[in-house]
Design a protein around this ligand. Structure first.
Ligand SMILES: CCCCC/C=C/CC(=O)SCCNC(=O)CCNC(=O)[C@H](O)C(C)(C)COP(=O)(O)OP(=O)(O)OC[C@H]1O[C@@H](n2cnc3c(N)ncnc32)[C@H](O)[C@@H]1OP(=O)(O)O
Length: 318
């Protein structure tokens, strides 16, 4: 039986074109799978979360590792350094700022941040700290703190709905920044890890404020002070992640949903975000400034230097 006319109330259409009545409607999980199969029959195959979801589009030509594309009223900013687990170099921080500023002004309705390959991001590229050992410490640490402050400020001020598609494990700053996103979708393969104290470092990305607010001070302390790694499902239960999807269908489900959301009025979504976020902005900028001030001191500590050296010389692993 094929449903081609307007669906009647209480009838649900699935890929085999059968019309289910409410009494024989499939269970939640079966319905979800049916829907996924149906959508995948309409859209290009995207089999796992490590493959890119958005289609090809305009790119940020000057950036090697931060790729920007636009399609279906969605601008996607993708960390594209999979061989290094999308570790973020100083150049990438600058490119992220440029990409966010461009996305904030373009005609897209929603901006999505994601990673390519098997990781979302392994956080700050630890070789960023190598220059600390070889140059003018004060100057380099000040420049790094300014870079960090600028990138986080840009997330705080981002004017449109900002969605993270966490396609795999996330470490460090890629986790802390999630507190500044409007929605966070994660693959069930993702883990979230903020190993700051084992690196002699302190929280950044406004997480010292957003995490206790989102998940309560005790859970935030486990992550930010003790470095507890949590799964996407745990993060979802604690409110940091909005929804978790099976890795196999992550891209399909997330992009199908985002394309629907992007059909909403862009102005209403932008103004709605302002209403939700504007009262916090001043506080967030102050938190960011303080985290950068404290962080800069930590980067200069012996503890931090030893931990970074240890990672780079592969004597120890997190
Ligand atoms: C402007 C300054 C701003 C400062 C902001 C501060 C932010 C704080 C943080 O973000 S703290 C978090 C820092 N990140 C980490 O501590 C993660 C370090 N990496 C790892 O622990 C592991 O690499 C892993 C668990 C992410 C993945 O392990 P796996 O065994 O699966 O893979 P490899 O270790 O072989 O990694 C593949 C190659 O990628 C390199 N790499 C991965 N992450 C980083 C990184 N963060 N920095 C630098 N390099 C990284 C790794 O060295 C491998 O390179 P190789 O193939 O050349 O050996």
């Amino acid at each position: 039986m094929r449903c081609i006319s307007r669906p009647q109330k209480d009838l649900v259409m699935f890929p085999d074109q059968r019309c289910w009545t409410s009494s024989e409607r499939p269970s939640g999980e079966a319905a979800r799978q049916n829907y996924v199969d149906f959508v995948s029959s309409l859209t290009p195959s995207l089999e796992s979360s490590s493959q890119a979801g958005p289609g090809a589009g305009r790119s940020l030509p000057e950036s090697e590792h931060v790729v920007m594309t636009s399609e279906d009223s969605i601008t996607t900013i993708m960390l594209n350094r999979p061989a290094k687990k999308n570790a973020i170099t100083i150049q990438m921080y600058q490119d992220i700022i440029l990409a966010l500023k461009a996305a904030g002004k373009d005609n897209s309705a929603i901006t999505v941040f994601t990673g390519s390959g098997d990781y979302y991001s392994s956080g700050n590229d630890l070789t960023n700290f190598v220059s600390f050992a070889s140059g003018d410490l004060e100057k380099i640490s000040e420049e790094s703190a300014n870079t960090l402050r600028n990138v986080v400020d840009t997330f705080i001020d981002f004017p449109k709905p900002l969605v993270a598609a966490v396609n795999g494990p996330a470490v460090g700053i890629s986790v802390t920044l999630l507190g500044l996103f409007d929605t966070v979708y994660a693959s069930d393969r993702a883990t979230l890890h903020t190993p700051f104290t084992s690196l002699g470092q302190t929280p950044e990305g406004c997480s010292s404020y957003t995490f206790p607010k989102i998940m309560g001070p005790a859970k935030a302390a486990e992550m930010l002070i003790f470095g507890k790694k949590i799964t996407a499902r745990e993060a979802c239960a604690q409110g940091l992640v909005t929804e978790v999807f099976p890795d196999r269908t992550f891209q399909r489900e997330v992009w199908t949903r985002l394309r629907e959301y992007a059909k909403n009025s862009p102005n209403a979504m932008r103004i709605g975000k302002q209403l939700l976020r504007s009262s916090e902005k001043e506080k967030l900028h102050a938190v960011n400034a303080e985290e950068c001030r404290v962080g800069r001191e930590r980067w200069l500590s012996e503890e931090c230097a030893a931990a970074v050296q240890s990672f780079l010389s592969r004597k120890a692993r997190l």
